[in-house]
Design a protein around this ligand. Structure first.
Ligand SMILES: Nc1ncnc2c1ncn2[C@@H]1O[C@H](COP(=O)(O)OP(=O)(O)OP(=O)(O)O)[C@@H](O)[C@H]1O
Ligand SMILES: [Mg+2]
Length: 467
């Protein structure tokens, strides 16, 4: 009975040792090999009949397990090589009642580890390639050298923007539509230390509010129904090391404003559905054509975020405020539209004069589109007055002489000009839908009908220029 139990136990232990995924070799106190398992054979190539019952010193000269038997010391991570097979060995004495009765060595093959390491290196290489692709996809193309204009106001703005490029502080760029806010943001990025990292433009007004959070911060797998497998990388994460350009920041929903403030203060982000925060190194440049302070007063924009963003503010003057730059800008746009190898286009003096009269609600973008239109319509290499859009020609004809400097304007003309400028600037603070128009009328202290009448009279409204 006792003998039967003993046999059963031995079988039991042998089965366990055979099923272990590491190689096992056991010697007794006389250094005789008593047991090896199949994994030991697989790793070392040594078969049971070659080794069992034989002194370890004879069959495996140099084996350190005999030392373990002598000194009772455990040995960990000893590197061995058998032909092309590499493995590491842990060795330990076997004690019974305080006596060393043998020693065991456990071998782990390194081939698998090497395979995994090679795979890891391959994937790392792939990741690096992908990062480079992302960087090249998200390149900012404009630099300060491409900003045209000699106006003193603009020069001061460029000076501040160049200083901003050297700093890591957030930047707020304000200015009417088409004044070059994105151009400045790109130039700042390109002149900064982050130039070879991504520049990620995000239009906060173009992404539905419900999607904006996961677009910006990403999400964890399974954080909501329809969440993609593997989760989503947010734009902040893609911009790591570079710059994120948050265009139309005034449209950022109130709750996300708090999250953005956290990014600016703590330099960390949290994905949707994720508990932990991850550190992030992203420079934030925000832009708006709205009056943020006004929105703060109306509790539509968080005051704390406003002050955080307001540190370095760059206000780009409207084209109306720097009409002196119009000829230089026109020349730049004319030469940009010349075919390669062809001489640059020119513009008739009268046409240029009309452009100088116009009030440019769409600023430089509108001027560029107008020049492109003129080039398209021109019969020769010179753009003439009648090649320009009708509304420009008629607006120039009706323009108060205050702008043309060829006669002293009447009081009526001065008042009209001031009225038109003020309405145009107020309209630029709001959007283009009915609600926005109502707000603009309210701000101006006139009825909606009067606003529409004046917009018609002054040819305002911005519907005739496009991006
Ligand atoms: N100073 C400048 N010199 C040359 N080109 C300019 C200048 N400013 C703006 N532009 C050009 O005008 C166009 C509009 O510029 P940009 O998109 O940067 O304006 P924006 O202020 O971001 O407009 P929006 O508020 O509508 O988004 C672009 O084609 C840009 O290259
Ligand atoms: Mg823009």
């Amino acid at each position: 009975m006792i003998q039967h139990n003993l046999n059963l136990q031995t079988e039991w232990f042998q089965a366990i040792i055979h099923s272990i995924h590491d190689g096992v070799l056991v010697i007794d106190r006389d250094e005789i090999v008593r047991l090896i398992n199949p994994e030991y054979t697989r790793i070392t190539g040594v078969k049971p009949e070659m080794i069992i019952g034989k002194p370890l010193r004879e069959v495996r000269p140099g084996a350190q397990l005999v030392e373990t038997l002598k000194d009772g010391q455990t040995r960990v991570g000893i590197y061995r090589r058998e032909g092309s097979t590499e493995y590491v060995v842990d060795m330990a004495p076997i004690h019974i009642d305080g006596q060393i009765i043998g020693a065991v060595s456990i071998c782990k093959g390194l081939t698998e580890v090497h395979k995994l390491a090679r795979e890891l290196a391959k994937n790392k290489e792939k990741l690096l390639q992908l990062e480079k692709t992302v960087d090249s996809l998200y390149r900012a193309k404009y630099s300060f050298a491409q900003i045209v204009g000699a106006d003193q106001g603009l020069k001061e703005v460029v000076h501040i923007a160049k200083k901003a490029a050297d700093s890591h502080l957030p930047v707020l760029i304000t200015g009417e539509s088409g004044t070059g806010k994105e151009l400045f943001a790109q130039a700042i990025h390109n002149a900064s230390k982050r130039a070879d990292r991504p520049f990620i433009p995000v239009n906060c007004a173009a992404i539905p509010a419900s999607l904006l959070e996961s677009e910006l911060f990403g999400y964890e797998e399974g954080s909501f129904t329809n969440a993609k497998k593997g989760g989503k990388t947010g734009l902040f994460e893609i911009a790591h090391g570079g710059t994120i350009f948050l265009d139309e920041i005034a449209e950022l929903p109130y709750d996300l404003q708090a999250k953005l403030l956290r990014v600016l203060q703590e330099r960390s982000i949290r994905k949707v559905g994720e508990v932990r925060e991850r550190e992030i190194d992203v420079r934030v440049i925000a832009a708006t054509n709205r009056d943020l302070q006004h929105l703060v007063e109306k509790n539509r924009f968080r005051e704390d975020l406003y002050y955080r963003l307001h540190v370095l503010t760059i206000r780009i003057p409207s084209l109306r405020e720097r009409r002196g730059d119009i000829p230089e800008l026109v020349t730049a746009f004319l030469s940009a539209s010349a075919d390669r190898g062809q001489p640059a286009w020119t513009m008739e003096e009268e046409a240029l004069h009309a452009l100088k009269q116009y009030h440019w609600p769409g600023n430089i973008r509108e001027l560029k589109n107008t020049v492109d239109y003129g080039v398209c319509m021109a019969e020769s290499a010179e753009v003439r007055l009648h090649d320009l859009p009708d509304y420009i020609i008629s607006a120039a004809r009706e323009a108060p002489r205050i702008l043309s400097h060829d006669a002293r304007p009447t009081l009526r003309e001065v008042v009209d000009d001031a009225e038109r400028t003020w309405i145009s600037e107020t309209l630029a603070q709001f959007g283009n839908d009915l609600e926005d128009r109502k707000k603009a009328a309210q701000t101006l202290g006139i009825s909606l009908a009067t606003l529409y009448n004046k917009m018609k009279r002054y040819n305002l409204g911005g519907s005739h220029y496009s991006k």
